[in-house]
Design a binder for this molecule. Structure first.
Ligand code: FAD
Length: 428
């Protein structure tokens, strides 16, 4: 779950006394646009704006660009696996973006199927389960989705909002007989919390055009199998325009300019810009375990609606193609401390071992742990009906500040680049 916390918003909006401090010339950066966040949308915006002749400064708190895009390289085999974003959709915007960095894209060929087992992670025991053919349900879902083309463009919702979009997804599934595709939707909707109680609006935003077109005609991936290479090239090109390892201390905005004080590894800097583009939100997680790497293990709820797993819990464990390295995804409808997640993962793996379902080491090793929370912006139905989404839309342009990123669109990089491209064309 992702929420634009009041605390974060007030921090960004706050006028700290530090802002009135005088910054020497060498600590003052003057740019057309200051971009907060260097993930999928922040990096795209920086490159797109520079290409159109604007000067930029990107403030990114981590030591790299890419956000949810994270490629893990096994130190032993040197093989790479995507621990975050894997595929994108065919689209002039995304294809031009990769071509811009001379990164060839190819059709995604899913790895050869591993042995798939379904396990109830609360007991660690195998469940006899055969997924149904989702084709008819997909067609029915596609027909519904086609009614709402506005979902591809941020949260520009009609008034009144169509009733079906406000139904809990579980009710929508029953209404249109979509049960056969729920498990697949839940796999793509990992991180979005309790799928069946989510308003259908959110499910359709995150399982929309990209998912349907991708399943029909195939997704795209870099030929190199390394999505991070785009961000490495972008960082090299941005040079000192990317302030990595940096965080915002304070922001002052008026109708003419913005002033952002940033804590960087080499001290505080003042960024003076004409416009501010806010793209910040989530991060991510995977783990290395002494778990057999030739299984795809799906957590299946026993006696739960649509057999979806109980959360917080493991969604699935999947092979990476790298010996002795698996990818494990865990979700929770509420934020949890990392230690609790690690402990619960280990307890789940112990149950699988004790139930004799899989041979798992007593002390699996975690190669990489990433917390992607907070992830999805979701508000209950009544504020959506009451016009909640008119507020963020009206914010665009107020005090020269603009907003993009998954919170304002969907967790779909291609849709995000299309949305951001449009936003930049209109306002920058
Ligand atoms: C495991 C996983 C797999 C995914 N797979 C796919 C996929 O296959 N295809 C697809 O289209 N989408 C996929 N997604 C979704 C996609 O990655 C996201 O929708 C996209 O990255 C969102 O872009 P963003 O710019 O909003 O956020 P991000 O890419 O997360 O970028 C936000 C950036 O802001 C930084 N930041 C946060 N707070 C601050 C702060 N206060 N100051 C400075 N910087 C800050 C973060 O460090 C981060 O770099 C996946 C997501 C996950 C988690």
């Amino acid at each position: 779950m992702f929420s634009l916390s009041a605390q974060r918003a007030s921090k960004l909006g706050a006028t700290s006394t530090l802002n009135s401090r005088r910054f020497p010339h060498e600590d003052t950066i003057v740019r057309d646009v200051c971009i907060i966040g260097g993930g999928a949308t922040g990096t795209f915006s920086a490159i797109r704006l520079r290409d159109s002749g604007k000067t930029v400064a990107v403030v990114e708190r981590s030591s790299r660009l890419g956000g949810h895009t994270l490629t893990y390289q096994d130190p032993v085999s040197a093989l790479k696996t995507e621990a975050g974003l894997v595929v994108i959709r065919r689209s002039p915007v995304s294809e031009k973006y990769f071509a811009r960095f001379s990164i060839p894209l190819i059709k995604f060929e899913p790895p050869p199927p591993a042995a798939t087992i379904f396990v109830d992670f609360t007991t660690g025991k195998k469940v006899d389960f055969s997924p149904r053919d989702p084709s008819d349900a997909f067609a029915a879902y596609g027909a519904q989705l086609a009614k709402y083309p506005f979902l591809d463009n941020g949260f520009d919702l009609p008034d009144p909002i169509p009733e079906d979009l406000l139904l809990p997804f579980g009710h929508f599934v029953k209404k249109y007989d979509l049960s056969a595709m729920v498990l697949l939707v839940s796999k793509l909707g990992q991180g979005l919390g309790d799928l069946l109680s989510q308003p259908t609006l959110y499910v359709m935003k995150n399982f929309g055009k990209t998912a349907l077109e991708g399943f029909a005609t195939g997704f795209l991936v870099p030929e190199s199998g390394d999505n991070s290479s785009l961000y490495e090239k972008a960082l090299a090109e941005l040079g000192s325009d990317a302030l990595i390892g940096s965080s915002v201390v304070s922001v002052r905005r008026d109708n003419h300019s913005v002033r952002v004080v940033v804590q960087t590894p080499s001290g505080q800097k003042l960024i003076k810009a004409k416009k501010l583009l806010i793209t910040i939100p989530p991060r991510w997680r995977t783990s290395k375990a002494g778990v057999p790497d030739n299984y795809h293990v799906t957590n299946l709820g026993v006696g739960t609606p649509e057999s979806l797993p109980k959360l917080p819990g493991i969604y699935e464990i999947s092979p990476t193609g790298i010996p002795d390295l698996v990818n494990l995804k865990y979700g929770s409808p509420v934020p949890l401390p990392d230690e609790d997640v690690r402990a619960d993962v280990m307890a789940c793996l112990s149950r699988l071992r004790e139930a004799g379902t899989l041979q798992i080491n007593e002390k699996p090793e975690i190669a990489l742990f990433e917390n992607h929370g907070p992830f999805g912006l979701a508000v209950p139905v009544s504020p959506i009906e009451g016009g909640f989404y008119k507020q963020p839309n009206k914010l665009n342009g107020h005090r020269n500040t603009f907003y993009t990123g998954a919170a304002f669109q969907a967790h779909d990089a291609t849709l995000l680049w299309e949305y951001t491209d449009d936003l930049l064309r209109k306002h920058f």
